[in-house]
Design a protein around this ligand. Structure first.
Ligand code: CA
Length: 367
């Protein structure tokens, strides 16, 4: 009877232990951009019955503890520990360097009530290392689940020689790691804006433009806070790629593209490239703050440019701008601009031709 009740308690303890450790794993995996806090695998403990203990010659350290839990914790913190025996009466924890057989067949009969615990350290992957509490965590320089190389932007992917569609990147000042589309064409691109369809609305609030919106599989804006982090981390070139009806490409380039922090209004900074025309419509917006319909920073008391243009952007004065990449994509069958307020435009480049697709991506500048 005593054996049965003790066994029941051991099972309960086992469940509690797993609950505690799994909870810890979950909470650490949603952390910030610290690169090696992502706990992963939990050691599966095996409990032998209470009247059996591991043979004494495997014990290499004994310590006074208050509970079974503390005894198991001692073992988890010790990389050499494969088993513990907890003496219930004396509250002594014996650490062993031999592991118990799964059927407990290598156990001796205990002289007093005790708990035997078996721990097989998990094999950690090549991007992992053994962390505290017997958990494999990402090795320094790696982050995420599963562990990936710590990436400042998409250009780091190329250096690793690996490839997939989307990556989790962690610019140093980003509030948390975030996913982005990386495409490798002639260079490796970090896409901050991608618009190919008409379904996603870009008439959005300040919060949406700050934090980002849309889907990486569809149309998205990566968020001003992330753009800020990407552009303070490294010197970046911004490229704007515009496609019109017949799939003709237009390309614009801005060197040293940078967006300031939220406190200063996400101001726009860049150097013009020789690629662009002399009267490029982004030119007058140098140093201007970002505006949304609910956060009017265009400098005009008479006009709410973001409301008029149906999208957030850097606007200035009552004329706002003829650059309106966040406006509505009508993709008209005529291929010509409809000429309505709020239409997506980049007049200095494509004039009266309608924009069908537009993307913005970053390429680190070689300095
Ligand atoms: Ca205004």
């Amino acid at each position: 009877m005593g054996t049965v009740s003790t066994f029941t308690r051991l099972i309960a303890l086992c469940v509690v232990l797993q609950g505690i450790l799994l909870k810890e794993t979950e909470s650490s995996s949603t952390g910030g951009n610290t690169n090696n806090v992502f706990g992963k695998r939990l050691v599966q403990p095996l409990y032998c019955s209470s009247d059996q203990v591991l043979v004494e010659d495997s014990r290499y350290r004994s310590t006074q503890v208050r509970s079974k839990l503390e005894c198991v914790g001692e073992c988890r913190r010790d990389p050499n520990c494969r088993s513990v025996v907890f003496d219930v009466d004396l509250k002594v924890c014996h650490l062993g360097d031999a592991k118990a057989a799964e059927d407990c067949s290598n156990m001796n009969t205990a002289a007093s009530p005790s708990l035997s615990f078996y721990q097989e350290p998990p094999p950690c992957g090549d991007k992992e290392t053994m962390g505290p509490l017997g958990l494999c965590v990402c090795a320094p320089g790696y982050t995420g689940v599963p562990c990936q190389k710590y990436l400042h932007d998409c250009s780091d992917v190329q250096r690793n020689g690996e490839w997939q569609d989307t990556y989790t990147i962690s610019p140093l000042q980003a509030p948390s790691p975030f996913q982005v589309n990386c495409r490798r064409v002639s260079s490796t691109r970090t896409y901050i804006l991608d618009r190919r369809r008409t379904a996603e609305s870009f008439t959005r609030s300040w919060q949406d433009y700050r934090d980002g919106f849309g889907s990486l599989d569809d149309d998205y804006w990566i968020g001003l806070e992330n753009v800020h982090a990407l552009t303070v981390d490294r010197d970046q070139e911004l490229r704007v790629n515009i496609k019109v009806q017949n799939n003709s490409n237009y390309l614009l380039s801005y060197q040293n593209f940078r967006v300031s922090d939220e406190g200063s209004g996400y101001r726009l900074y860049f150097n013009t490239s020789a690629l662009n025309s002399d009267n490029d419509c982004l030119e007058p917006l140098h140093g201007v703050r970002f505006s949304t319909y609910d956060h009017d920073r265009d400098g005009s008391g008479a006009v709410n440019c973001a409301e008029r243009k149906k999208g957030g952007f850097w606007f200035s004065g009552s004329t706002c701008s003829v650059c309106n990449p966040m406006g509505v994509l009508y993709q008209p069958t005529s291929g010509r601009k409809l000429g309505v307020e709020g239409e997506a435009t980049w007049d200095s480049l494509v004039g009266d031709v309608a924009i069908f697709k537009i993307s913005m991506y970053l390429i680190p500048m070689l300095v």
